[in-house]
Structure formats: structure tokens, C-alpha cells
Design a protein around this ligand. Structure first.
Ligand code: AVJ
Length: 328
């Protein structure tokens, strides 16, 4: 396969302040108001997310790690020899290490990450842990077409690794579009190894997004802290509250920042009004049945070649290939 063949646009970096003001103004003009969930991940937000992963209620990370501990060797066998492993995001050192430890003669590891500091840390850690592995960091936004670095030797296949159920942050259409883009990037014989949080009882899911220590609430509110700092908005932090509830019909956690009172917030040159109890949507975290995930994959021209779950069937990792390919 030819890595130059996809290329095309420049990867986008963090948008300049003007764009950020525009993005926020547009989001707050829509009905209901919304802000994109990638705004969570400034430096503090990334730290808070790591702290979320350690909360007793947040089962996702623990279950995915348990799953990797049991199945990583088999995954490596399925992926085969001389894989180029491209990771979407780089904040998953533990799981990625578990996979790399078992991979057979991997050709290179390419973390794709928009934030400079996590990417730097990832390169350093992986370099120390796997001195013989070619680590080829790719700064950029994985939702955009990637210009993958030229590998040191020809890989047998490219596998895109997308752990954590981050796919769940995308609405169905966007998720299918992202998978379709990944399908292009991996090439004909390539694959996608992807984590997905499974449907389960509402109480367990809701607790994971409403931890007792309030770390998730801090994480949600940090989005406003970030905006106040980066675009000079004047969100009053004590007048917005975190709310996360499970919409069973839609199969997703819906997270909001709820206005505690009637208030106006300055965003650039505009004043935006919030009614008491008005909810601004900041994140979806979709949950899947195996059937849901197979259907989503099919929309992107992919099929599930393998599925693994942890012992309690809380979380799944799927290996997706181009539809029709697993029979050849
Ligand atoms: C990193 C997107 C998988 O949706 O569970 C955790 C982010 N938000 N708690 C998720 C998150 C609130 C997380 N993902």
C-alpha cells in the first residue's frame, strides 16, 4: 500500500483563538446549546480524565485493561507479523504497551495526537519500553485525513488502534464517517482494533459519569475554565453544574452543563443568555450491543472479524476489516 496515496489536506492543529470564539458562538446559538467535547482536553482536562479513570465508578478503563491482559496475545496473533500500528490518540500507554508486548515484529508505532505534551510523553515512554521499535509520532487531529509518516520498512498491514470507547463520543453519522476514513487509511488488507463500551444497566453506567468524588463534574466544568482563559469569556463557574444521565432509547450518556440561574455570558463580542435550568450539551458517550457495533461497522463498509470482552462483558474490543475481506 502507498501511504502517500491518501494524504491530501493539511492536518489541522488546535484552532486559533478567532476560530475558537466562532466555534463557541455557533454552538451556543444552536438549540439546544452545545459545545464540542474535544474542548475538554486541555492540559488540566487531560489530567482530570486520567483521574476519572482511577475512580471506582469508572469501570471502562479497568475493564478494557482486564480484557487486554486476557486477550492481547490472541489479538497479536490475529493481527499477524510486521504490523504498522497507528494509534488514534496517545493517552493510552498501558493498553498500547500490553498490545505491543505481544505483537510479532511490528514495523512501527505511530501515535496520532493533537496535544504536544501527551505526544511527547508517549514517544519517550514507548521509546524506553521498546528500544527496537520505530516510533513515528504524528501530531494532528485524527478526525482529519492523516498523512502517515513513511515506515522504515514495508508493513504487511496497517492496523489502526482506537481504544477507550472514544468512538462513543461521536454521533452515529459522524462515527460512521470516521470509521469510513479509517477504512481508507488502513488500506485493503488492514484492520481496525477498536474499544467500545457495552450496554448494561443504567445505574452502573450513570455512576461512571457521576463519581462520588466529583472528578467528572470538575472535568466537565473545566471546559468553561479553559474557555475563560483562552477566549476571555466570563462563565461564572459557580453558576453551572455538571449533569450526566443515560438516555436508554438512544443508548448513550448525555452530559450537560446546566445553568443554575438566569444569566448572561460574554463570548467575544456577543452576550449569550441562559435561562434557569437551561442545559448546554457537552458530550455524548454512546454504549453498544454487539449488534449495534456490527451495524455501525457495516455503515462504514466494515465487518467485525473478531470480538473480545472482559470476563463481566462490560467492555468490548473489536477487530474490523473491510467487508468481505475476512473470507479471503
Ligand atoms: C475518553 C471519551 C472514552 O466518554 O467515557 C469520561 C470521556 N467523559 N467521563 C467517555 C469521559 C466523562 C470518555 N472517553
Amino acid at each position: 500500500m502507498n501511504v502517500q496515496a491518501f494524504d491530501l489536506r493539511d492536518d489541522d492543529r488546535r484552532p486559533p483563538v478567532d476560530d475558537l470564539v466562532g466555534i463557541v458562538q455557533r454552538g451556543l446559538r444552536s438549540q439546544p446549546k452545545r459545545l464540542p467535547s474535544w474542548l475538554f482536553y486541555d492540559e488540566r482536562g487531560s489530567q482530570l480524565f486520567e483521574a476519572i479513570c482511577e475512580q471506582p465508578e469508572y469501570y471502562l478503563t479497568r475493564c478494557e485493561i482486564a480484557l487486554m491482559a486476557t486477550h492481547a496475545a490472541e489479538m497479536a496473533d490475529v493481527l499477524g507479523e510486521e504490523v504498522r500500528l497507528v494509534e488514534y490518540g496517545s493517552g493510552n500507554a498501558v493498553k498500547t504497551r500490553m498490545l505491543l508486548e505481544h505483537l510479532h515484529a511490528p514495523v512501527s508505532y505511530v501515535p496520532v495526537e493533537i496535544s504536544a505534551e501527551p505526544l511527547r510523553r508517549c514517544v519517550q515512554e514507548m521509546g524506553e519500553r521498546f528500544p527496537a521499535l520505530a516510533v513515528q509520532p504524528h501530531p494532528g487531529d485524527f478526525t482529519r485525513p492523516l498523512r502517515l509518516p513513511i515506515p522504515p520498512r514495508a508493513p504487511r498491514r496497517t492496523v489502526l488502534y482506537f481504544p477507550g470507547s472514544t468512538i462513543g463520543n461521536f454521533e452515529a453519522r459522524d462515527a460512521a464517517e470516521l470509521l469510513r476514513k479509517m477504512r481508507n487509511e488502513m488500506g485493503d488488507g488492514g484492520g481496525i482494533l477498536i474499544g467500545a463500551d457495552l450496554k448494561k444497566d443504567t445505574a452502573t453506567i450513570e455512576a461512571a459519569y457521576n463519581d462520588k468524588a466529583g472528578v467528572t463534574a470538575q472535568f466537565t466544568l473545566n471546559m468553561l475554565v479553559r474557555l475563560n482563559r483562552e477566549i476571555g469569556s466570563d462563565f461564572d463557574l459557580s453558576s453551572f453544574r455538571h449533569r450526566a444521565h443515560y438516555n436508554a432509547m438512544a443508548g448513550r450518556i448525555e452530559t450537560f452543563l446546566v445553568s443554575a440561574r438566569d444569566q448572561k455570558v460574554r463570548i467575544g463580542k456577543q452576550l449569550v443568555s441562559f435561562a434557569p435550568e437551561e442545559a448546554m450539551q457537552v458530550e455524548y458517550s454512546c454504549k453498544y450491543s454487539h449488534e449495534d457495533f456490527a451495524a455501525l461497522s457495516a455503515k462504514a463498509g466494515l465487518e467485525v472479524a473478531h470480538a473480545w470482552t472482559d470476563p463481566q462483558a462490560m467492555f468490548a474490543v473489536y477487530y474490523l476489516v473491510r467487508a468481505g475481506m475476512s473470507r479471503h
